[in-house]
Design a protein around this ligand. Structure first.
Ligand SMILES: NC(=O)c1ccc[n+]([C@@H]2O[C@H](COP(=O)([O-])OP(=O)(O)OC[C@H]3O[C@@H](n4cnc5c(N)ncnc54)[C@H](O)[C@@H]3O)[C@@H](O)[C@H]2O)c1
Length: 248
């Protein structure tokens, strides 16, 4: 049920952190991986780790917020393998600031990468998935998109937007056997969270019933479930992967 042999998966933000863990876990289960990242050295490193697991991999430099760049990238991937079965929209950034100080660039850059980037990739792959009557789309949202966070209005809006986008895509594409789901991670130890101060980390830890921070592998495990046959009857859902931080 977890066999992804013969499947091609696109993972954005594959160069490090959660995206790298997702790429490696899907490869371990047989998928070939298109490792997409704005940092091509990092995605090349992920691609070489995937190859080390015996799967095929293509590293692509792409800014997910740029629709022309994305369309070109998807064409290269389809030329490479002839099909796209799995899309994991994972690339994301933060530009934190309190509302009164948040400038236009901080607002737009986060919305453009996190939300428009997810739209760009989803639109570009959907025509292939519709045609082949199979597709698995997983969007990485965040608990912050559900509960909000002071100093992260841009990030929270982008991650809440991903949930609305996911549910709409799920409804639109369900008739073609394409599922779309979101994962809302809590606090995951990656380069993105490494720079947070000890005070903030302690505050987060106090909110986690399971008493530990998450790992990229914890999130990758949920992705694997959703894209494998085990998850074939699940669509339009948001699955929290947060050690119990949010229970509702
Ligand atoms: N780490 C956490 O605690 C946490 C919690 C909830 C949600 N998330 C989400 O999980 C995803 C991955 O987070 P992470 O912690 O691994 O982050 P990270 O910063 O470690 O990695 C993000 C990757 O995205 C790439 N990227 C950034 N902008 C890009 C662009 N415009 N085009 C293509 N690639 C781009 C970066 O180069 C990097 O390789 C993000 O969407 C993040 O919002 C993370």
């Amino acid at each position: 049920m977890l066999d992804l042999g013969g499947k091609t998966a696109i993972v954005t933000g594959a160069g490090q952190g959660i995206g790298r863990e997702i790429s490696l876990l899907l490869a371990e289960h047989g998928a070939d991986i298109a490792a997409v990242d704005i940092n091509v050295d990092a995605s090349a490193e992920t691609a070489s780790l995937v190859k080390g697991k015996g799967r095929d991999s293509l590293a692509l430099k792409c800014d997910v917020s740029d629709s022309k760049d994305v369309d070109g990238c998807i064409t290269k991937i389809v030329d490479w393998k002839g099909a796209v079965h799995i899309l994991v929209n994972n690339a994301g950034i933060t530009r934190d600031n309190i509302l009164l100080r948040m400038n236009d660039s901080e607002w737009h850059s986060v919305l453009n990468v996190n939300l428009t980037g997810t739209f760009n990739l989803t639109r570009a792959v959907s025509k292939y998935m519709i045609r082949q009557r199979f597709g698995r789309i997983v969007n990485i949202s965040s608990v912050i998109g559900i509960m909000g966070n002071a100093g992260q209005s841009n990030y929270a809006a982008s991650k809440a937007g991903i949930i609305g986008l996911t549910r709409s895509v799920a409804k639109e594409l369900a008739g073609r056997n394409v599922t779309a789901n979101a994962i809302a991670p809590g606090f995951i130890e990656t380069p993105m969270t490494a720079s947070l101060g000890e005070d903030r980390k302690k505050m987060m830890m106090d909110m986690i019933p399971l008493g530990r921070f998450g790992t990229g592998k914890d999130v990758a495990n949920v992705v694997l479930f959703l894209v494998s046959d085990l998850g074939s009857y699940v669509t339009g859902q948001v699955i929290n992967c947060d050690g119990g931080m949010i229970m509702a």
